[in-house]
Write a protein that binds this ligand. Structure first.
Ligand code: NDP
Ligand code: MG
Length: 381
């Protein structure tokens, strides 16, 4: 178990749960970071007494500095401050719970210091998986997945030689709030409808991603990098109850699953206590509820196919996919575009943005910016 951490995205859904787990397990929190929600950040800073609080929005950072003037907490603003929080002296692990590709540079900074990375921020692996995994490997930084499916696969593979023994990954998906609905039926769904997930209570972006099934596409790419597994060996399976969090099929035909009540506190806690287990309040699921499974329907959820194709293409294609999706989801949440337009935006960005092979960080950042630009042009014209 780690003794000291930094939490990036502490005011979000995963971040808030991490704060309460750290408090309960007596893990020292050395740094907190958020985008602009300084009201909650101040509350967390007073509760946890970290050394450092980072706010991406510089004006908000200035206000927080004044609000925390009576404490010993130092406050920093801008992206440099988020990176500083990710690599603060003394932390053994960093929980990357900020959303979007903004997680990339801080995650690399944590890898450079050889810290344990409790990785919730899947977009980082989607946009730069090869670079991040290589850097983590070189610096001996362990990446422990927080995403429930990847935590499940990680648990199913514990103590095994995956290279020799893993035949296939079964990545489960709830199907989201619009499971079974046709494209015609999803045309008019509103942001409120899209963020009401049947099984999980999550941040707005990932909730919309679950509704379009882009989330499962991003998770497919995340799994490829975490477990060195080609996309053809990752099977997506709709499992509406979200009790089986994913499965590994081994070469002898044995299938190992990890099950549990859908509660993110389990994988968050495990990423901090690994290889140990600690008590929690979470109870086992009600096994009288039947568990059901279906094949995904890529006609109804074409974002999944886009992600699969981007995974096969490689290079900067996944970065373009993820950045366009981030921009499009933000436009949808703000009422500028409809739900089905998210797919159109991402498909267009993938068509219009040049795809580079074997990208370095600057290629990834350029692809990310160009892709967002293509999406934003749709509402400017
Ligand atoms: P939320 O939207 O609830 O929270 C996002 C957090 O990141 C907030 O603290 C926000 O600050 C902060 N943030 C956003 N942008 C920046 C930035 N540019 N710089 C610094 N901080 C930033 O997201 P979730 O907690 O739902 O998700 C976080 C990540 O975890 C995502 O990548 C998601 O895919 C992944 N994940 C989430 C799950 C869940 O159950 N929620 C499950 C599995 C994975 P502020 O509050 O100030 O805006
Ligand atoms: Mg997940």
């Amino acid at each position: 178990m780690v003794n000291s951490i930094s939490i990036l995205g502490s005011t979000g859904s995963i971040g808030r749960q991490t704060v309460s787990i750290a408090k309960r397990l007596g893990i020292r929190v050395l740094a907190l970071a958020a985008n602009s929600n300084i009201r909650l950040l101040e509350e967390q800073a007073r509760l946890l007494k970290p050394e450092f609080a980072a706010v991406r929005d510089e004006a908000a950072a200035d206000r927080l500095r004044i609000d925390l003037a009576d404490t010993d907490v130092k406050v920093g603003g801008g992206e440099a401050a988020i990176i500083k929080a990710a690599s603060i002296d003394g932390a053994e692990a960093v929980v990357t719970a900020l959303s979007g590709s903004a997680g990339l540079m801080p995650t690399l900074a944590a890898a450079d210091r050889g810290l344990r990375i409790a990785l919730a921020n899947k977009e980082t692996l989607v946009c730069a998986g090869e670079l991040v995994m290589k850097r983590a490997d070189e610096r001996k930084a362990e990446i422990i997945p927080v995403d429930s499916e990847h935590s499940a696969i990680f648990q199913c593979l514990a103590g095994r030689n995956a290279e020799k023994e893993l035949r296939r990954i079964w990545l489960t998906a709830s199907g989201g709030p619009f499971r079974g609905m046709t494209r015609e039926e999803t045309k008019t769904v509103t942001p409120d409808m899209a963020v009401s997930h049947p099984n999980w209570n999550m941040g707005a972006k990932i909730s919309v991603d679950s509704a379009t099934m882009m989330n499962k596409g991003l998770e497919l790419i995340e799994a490829m990098h975490l477990f060195s597994c080609a996309p053809e060996r990752i099977k997506i399976l709709i499992h509406p109850q979200s009790i089986i969090h994913s499965m590994t099929e081994l070469v002898d035909g044995a299938v190992i699953a990890q099950l549990g009540t859908p509660d993110m506190s389990i994988p968050i806690q495990y990423a901090l206590t690994f290889p140990d287990r600690c008590e929690s309040e979470v109870k086992a699921p009600d096994f009288k509820t039947p568990l059901t499974f279906e094949e995904p329907d890529t006609e109804k959820t074409p974002c999944l196919k886009l992600a699969y194709d981007a995974a096969q293409t490689g290079g900067t294609a996944p970065a373009i996919l993820s950045a366009a999706n981030e921009a499009a989801v933000s436009l949808f949440l703000r009422g500028f575009i409809g739900f089905n337009d998210i797919y159109d935006c991402v498909a267009e960005a993938l068509q219009r943005t040049e795809i580079k092979n074997a990208p370095d960080i600057s290629d990834i950042l350029e692809a990310d910016a160009a892709s967002r630009e293509t999406v934003m042009k749709r509402i400017k014209t």
